[in-house]
Design a protein around this ligand. Structure first.
Ligand code: GUN
Length: 295
């Protein structure tokens, strides 16, 4: 029987742990972690994510500072806001929801965030630390989605060391940091992408397959090695025809109905990676708070 990795439940446990930790931190420091959430414009998916992040942060006792800016804000004004947040003492984490509008240079914005407040772990300093194996994970700010995937893998309790891991997708947000995390666990890691030759056969070699391409149901069942673990990062909204009516449905990057016939364990969409991403954001914010009180 294929086991379904319950991201909802694992995330709930992590959120409970963080909530208790924040109660203890409040007793010690008489303050709670603060998270600034910056959204520019009104991309529908971003609004959904920002709402979910804000709600979860509030629930665990993190104070949220909401900054929803007009689509046409200029880059300098956005940088000024980030500078202000960098200096705001009760803000421990800063999250700039991506994507940003085309006229804004995303990397310049991410680089401007104080690395000690980098709730997403996207700043070059934190990206670098992640790639240096000697840093201790405990107080590192690690990109939330790949860290959530790793926690789900660890929850299975299987040995990761020596496994062949294939990550499909080379984004800075998921693919590259995912590969670093798996490498840290002593997996043999392949990063596949849109130019990879014979992708089905590359995937077939994976004991651990992480799909992060953003293409609905691209990974077919017969791409998957029997007994592999499949982590589906994709969240794609597609139209389906149900009884003559067009409805929308969320699907991953993996064709679930086929993949479950091959996989030992698989994450569902929704209810897999999504909730873990949010829980890991709360983790990063709490770590940033603790680090700031230690320094
Ligand atoms: N857009 C899609 N995923 C993410 C994420 O993890 N963090 C931010 N800030 N933006 C995103």
């Amino acid at each position: 029987m294929t086991s379904i990795i319950n991201g909802k439940e694992i995330a709930q446990n992590l959120r409970d742990k963080i909530k208790n930790e924040i109660i203890e931190l409040k007793n010690i420091y008489n303050s709670v972690p603060g998270l600034a959430v910056v959204q520019v414009g009104n991309v529908a998916a971003s609004s959904v994510y920002v709402k979910a992040k804000t709600k979860s942060a509030n629930e665990v006792g993190i104070k949220v500072f909401d900054h929803h800016l007009e689509e046409n804000i200029n880059q300098d004004d956005l940088l000024k806001l980030i500078e202000k947040l960098n200096n705001q003492i009760n803000v421990n984490g800063i999250l700039v929801q991506l994507p940003l509008p085309k006229h804004i240079n995303e990397q310049i914005v991410l680089d401007s965030i104080d690395p000690s407040k980098d709730a997403d772990g996207f700043h070059p300093l934190n990206v670098g630390k992640l790639s240096i194996a000697s840093h201790n994970d405990e107080n590192l700010l690690i990109p939330c989605t790949p860290y959530g995937c790793l926690l789900m893998l660890k929850e299975l309790g299987i040995e990761l060391s020596g496994k062949n891991a294939v990550v499909i997708g080379r984004s800075n947000i998921v693919g590259k940091p995912m590969a670093q995390l798996l490498l840290k666990e002593s997996c043999t890691v392949t990063i596949a992408h849109s130019k990879t030759n014979d992708l089905p056969n590359v995937c077939k070699n994976a004991d651990i397959l992480v799909a992060a391409v953003g293409r609905p149901e691209m990974v077919k069942g017969d791409w998957i090695k029997k007994g592999a673990i499949v982590i589906d990062v994709g969240i794609n909204r597609i139209d389906i025809n149900k009884d003559g009516e067009i409805k929308t449905k969320l699907v991953g990057d993996v064709k679930y109905s086929e993949a479950e016939k091959y996989a030992y364990a698989i994450t569902p969409v929704p209810g897999g990676v999504g909730p873990m991403t949010i829980a890991c954001l709360l983790r990063n914010t709490t770590i940033a708070f603790k680090n700031s009180n230690l320094s």
